[in-house]
Design a protein around this ligand. Structure first.
Ligand code: GLN
Length: 287
């Protein structure tokens, strides 16, 4: 048989992308287009502008196979970020794995609220840092601040350190159960996106989250509030006078978290909504 007869017709980038979109759409994936695009960017090593601008470039057989393998993984509800290994947050690329919570767009509101106070030469503590996306974004977009990120998971801290290095940022990462191993010293800001899902709700989360993200980063115990209590109680003395505490909260936790903050002595408590209109951030001041 001649090679001509057996040679498979090669596809260009747009055709391959479209194939991925229709496979995922047929399987009922709501974000089929975004998912396929992220996988395509990853496989081709090109961003979406480049992909569209040169959409007629033919892909190699290897690229096609790699892309279709990635789409197949996605079909089993592995999060796209676990396939590509990265998640963009605040315009920065963060390395992720199944050992850290994937940075969420909603959490950008938390970072933006902290940034609004004007960060200059401050000591910032990120409690439950995970991938490090919060503290590293804050360091990247502020002036002369010092940052400490704490997590109980050494595997998470390895990712956070790799992210700091990749972004050329200097943060200290400490393994500790909240404040237990954290050396003496006070901060101007404590920021935290702690685990806040009620234990009984975890089984009802989408498979991408339930089956692939670390439960240790999600589970806020029976009432979802245990970390707010502990961080407020233990964190109060770790803040300088006039220092501020910022939390990400669940959409239905504003009242509870406000009470917890008041009980620990915080003042001027404010709740901020995300772009979806849900309560998302709570912050307060130590007078
Ligand atoms: N917002 C996350 C989710 O929806 C939960 C984050 C957390 O527990 N800190 O899965």
């Amino acid at each position: 048989m001649s090679t001509r007869a057996t040679a498979k017709k090669t596809m260009n980038r747009i055709e391959l992308l479209d194939k991925g979109v229709s496979i995922l759409t047929d399987a009922g994936f709501e974000e089929a287009k975004t998912d396929a695009m992220l996988l395509m960017e990853y496989i081709c090593g090109a961003d979406r502008n480049e992909l569209f601008l040169h959409g007629d470039v033919e892909v190699t057989g290897e690229m096609e196979e790699a892309f279709l393998r990635a789409v197949e993984k996605r079909l089993t509800h592995i999060p796209v970020q676990h396939i590509t290994g990265v998640q963009n947050f605040m315009g920065l690329d963060f390395k992720v794995s199944d050992k850290v919570l994937c940075p969420r767009q909603d959490t950008e509101i938390l970072v933006e609220e902290v940034m609004r106070i004007g960060l200059d030469s401050m000591d910032i503590l990120d409690m439950c840092t995970g991938s490090g996306c919060i503290i590293l974004s804050l360091l990247r977009f502020s002036h002369a601040c010092r940052g400490v990120g704490v997590d109980i998971s050494e595997e998470a801290l390895e990712i956070a350190r790799a992210n700091a290095e990749a972004l050329g940022l200097d943060a200290e990462f400490v393994r500790s159960d909240l404040f237990a191993n954290l050396k003496e010293g006070q901060f101007d800001i404590i920021v935290s996106n702690p685990p806040y899902i009620r234990t009984e709700v975890i089984d009802t989360l989408m498979p991408e989250v339930r089956d692939h993200e670390p439960h240790i980063a999600l589970d806020g115990d029976e009432d979802g509030l245990v970390f707010y209590r502990r961080i407020c109680q233990e964190g109060y003395d770790r803040l300088r006078a006039g220092g501020m505490i910022f939390f990400e909260i669940g959409y239905d936790q504003a009242d509870d978290v406000r009470k917890i903050m008041e009980k620990s002595g915080f003042d001027h408590i404010e709740i901020v909504k995300d772009y979806g209109g849900n309560d998302r951030v709570a912050y307060g001041v130590k007078n």
